[in-house]
Design a protein around this ligand. Structure first.
Ligand code: C5P
Length: 243
């Protein structure tokens, strides 16, 4: 397979409005992005779900993850398609939803390895950019405001204390209150993944930093929607902006 250009090279500028939401694992990016997209009538693109889907396709073929080649991941990833479900762009594998599989721990533990592969990054970025040719989008990930859409008119970088991120993630997964021991173990896993993802998790210089540790999700969404409305205001529009 011939080498692809670096992720970002030569892509046409997005036709729609782009809101980029970046941040570390379990900082609430995806659920916040979905809610913001619903509030504004935009499409939500979860770039992490594409890395997860590519990883799941390759995992299905078997073999030790340490020996997966970039070519074998890309070949396997050709089974991924996208379908619109309301305002959410869902990755399918062989035309079938794979949400539970891609969010499971076997995939979570290998996805960072796959996400280091430059041509896999280009594969994800091409799909994300193609969506922004057709729709106004809220895209969440790690490098959306720096690499994928460096000219996005609104960039958000979400952070939260690792313990709080772990607590939220477990509460969502277990549908009950997690114990301190469970939170401690999840915090360790999250911090390890943060470190594996550290090269691509970059806050753009012009991103608005929001620390969600003490915010409810409704408050985070409200802030981002208010910022989006402020950025998209037409000249001469004097209606008040809620902040
Ligand atoms: O967002 P989520 O945690 O589901 O992302 C899964 C993985 O995909 C991350 O741990 C990271 O390795 C990778 N990723 C990335 N760049 C993005 C989005 C996700 O490297 N823009």
């Amino acid at each position: 397979m011939s080498p692809s250009p670096p992720a970002g090279a030569g892509a046409p500028p997005p036709k729609g409005f782009v809101i980029a939401i970046d941040g570390p694992a379990a900082s609430g990016k995806s659920s916040t992005a979905q809610w913001v997209a619903d509030s504004l009538g935009y499409v939500h693109v979860d770039s992490g779900a594409l890395y997860r889907a590519a990883t799941a396709c390759r995992a299905r073929k078997g073999g030790p993850a340490a020996e997966w080649t970039e070519d074998s991941v890309l070949e396997a990833a050709s089974r991924v398609t996208l379908r619109m479900v309301g305002s959410w762009l869902e990755p399918l594998i062989d035309g079938v939803p794979a949400e539970t599989e891609i969010r499971g721990s076997p995939i979570t533990s290998q996805v960072s390895r796959v996400a280091q592969m430059p041509r896999v990054r280009a594969w994800v970025n091409d799909r994300v950019r193609a969506t922004a040719q057709d729709f106004d989008v809220v895209v969440d990930g790690r490098d959306i405001g720096t690499v994928v859409f460096p000219d996005a008119p609104l960039k958000i970088f979400l952070v939260a204390d690792p313990w709080e991120r772990a607590r939220r993630r477990l509460t969502q997964q277990l549908e009950r209150r997690p114990s301190d021991e469970e939170i401690a173990a999840e915090t360790e896993r999250l911090v390890k993944r943060d470190s594996r993802d550290s090269t691509q998790t970059v806050q753009a210089k012009d991103a608005v930093l929001i620390d969600t540790t003490y915010l409810t999700q409704a408050e985070q969404v409200e802030r981002i929607v208010a910022l989006a409305r402020a950025v998209t205001r037409r000249p001469g529009d004097t209606s008040p902006v809620d902040a």
